[in-house]
Design a protein around this ligand. Structure first.
Ligand SMILES: [Zn+2]
Length: 386
């Protein structure tokens, strides 16, 4: 199974210059490829690139491995291919085996050596489990550089022992996660409020100092922007940490993990607070799925339809949708009274068990997506981040 291991880089001034230059040229190659595709011209190939490098010395000054990788990424990209602007994109570079190596420096520390003889010190916050097959080097909004290595880890070595237990999870705004076993509920961490005030202030400052089109952004604007980015990043990190700790607990105690497959877009309509909550739920859901898969657990994604309307006790469907403010589910047929989210969590688990009981082949799930829960195959979730 392929996973990502990410480390902070501490490139010197010369390395930064080179990385920024290579990233600029990579962006140029990408934009040429987009332009050709948009103009219905033949797609850029390695040959087109070789010709362009012969024609332009400034292009040939950049690393050929990086530029060839851009074309491979371009061909492989399933998203709509857009132009990348200097202002809106941070430098990002992909290197395959040919373009990087890890080598011990005179000091004994292992450094990352990139195409173009760029040598970068790495903060080895934890060991790499095996030899990486590729690396993405990028700068974040705060100006920090990172290396994200793709490594293959042994599938079975990380598997947890069986527990004989299953759990259903329902996501919500008031309480991020409600579990069938209430000891695994995740209450709202409330870390947003103070940060939200600070963030709003920074955003107001940004709006006030926003440069007119064609005018250079003022220093005040840049400072406000950096501050907003910093608050964002801190919040994201806190959420990620809480999410990971909670997911680890759930994964350690259950063989089958049934998860409501909510689409964040359904919730993210009105307020900023809602949007922030959605972002948090996205991180939480991803953490649970990734850790579950890595531990060899059966992770089942259940479509959210009717999970809040059905009675988990007798299966009767309520005639009307529950208002969001109604926190209790009351069944008119069997008299079952339950916390609204807990009732939904039980429904999520019941549906997953029906599916697994029916012996549904995970590979077939696309065809029955709307009637049955989706069993997540290892391969389809892409490469989880560690
Ligand atoms: Zn009932």
């Amino acid at each position: 199974m392929k996973v990502r291991y990410t480390y902070r880089l501490r490139p010197g001034a010369r390395a930064v210059d080179r990385l920024v230059m290579d990233a600029g040229l990579a962006r140029w190659v990408w934009n040429q490829a987009v332009a050709a595709a948009k103009a219905k011209q033949p797609w850029w190939t390695d040959k087109t690139l070789t010709a362009a490098r012969k024609e332009h010395d400034w292009l040939a000054a950049g690393s050929v491995v990086v530029q060839q990788q851009v074309l491979r990424d371009f061909r492989a990209s399933k998203h709509r291919k857009r132009f990348k602007s200097v202002r809106r994109t941070q430098p990002s570079l992909n290197y395959t085996l040919r373009g990087f190596s890890l080598r011990a420096h005179d000091t004994g520390r292992v450094r990352l050596i990139l195409a173009g003889r760029v040598s970068v010190p790495v903060v080895w916050s934890r060991p790499l489990p095996s030899v990486p097959s590729s690396v993405r080097v990028y700068r974040d909004a705060l100006g920090h550089w990172w290396a994200s290595f793709v490594v293959d880890i042994d599938d079975d070595s990380n598997h947890h022992p069986e527990t004989g237990k299953s759990v259903g999870i329902d996501w919500g705004v008031a309480r991020p996660a409600t579990a069938t076993d209430r000891t695994f509920d995740l209450e709202h961490p409330n870390l947003g409020r103070k940060a939200a005030v600070k963030l709003a202030a920074a955003q107001r400052r940004m709006a006030r100092r926003k440069p007119k089109p064609g005018v250079r952004a003022s220093r005040g604007y840049q400072a406000a922007k950096r501050q907003a980015a910093k608050i964002h990043e801190r919040l994201r990190n806190q959420r990620r940490e809480i999410s990971r700790a909670w997911a680890a607990k759930v994964v350690a105690s259950h063989d089958v993990i049934a998860v409501e497959d909510f689409r964040p877009r359904f919730l993210a309509s009105t307020t900023m607070a809602r949007k922030a909550a959605d972002g948090g739920l996205g991180i939480l859901k991803r953490a649970l799925i990734e850790q579950g898969q890595r531990a060899g657990r059966q992770v089942v994604l259940v479509p959210p339809a009717y999970t809040t309307m059905n009675c988990a006790n007798c299966g009767t469907r309520a005639k009307t949708r529950l208002a969001l403010s109604t926190r209790t589910y009351t069944c008119a047929t069997c008299g079952n009274i339950d916390d609204r989210d807990h009732n939904a969590a039980v429904n999520v688990l019941l549906r997953a068990q029906t599916t697994l009981g029916a012996g549904l082949d995970p590979a077939d799930v696309e065809a029955v997506r709307h009637e049955h829960p989706r069993v997540l195959a290892h391969a389809e979730s892409g490469i989880p981040r560690l």
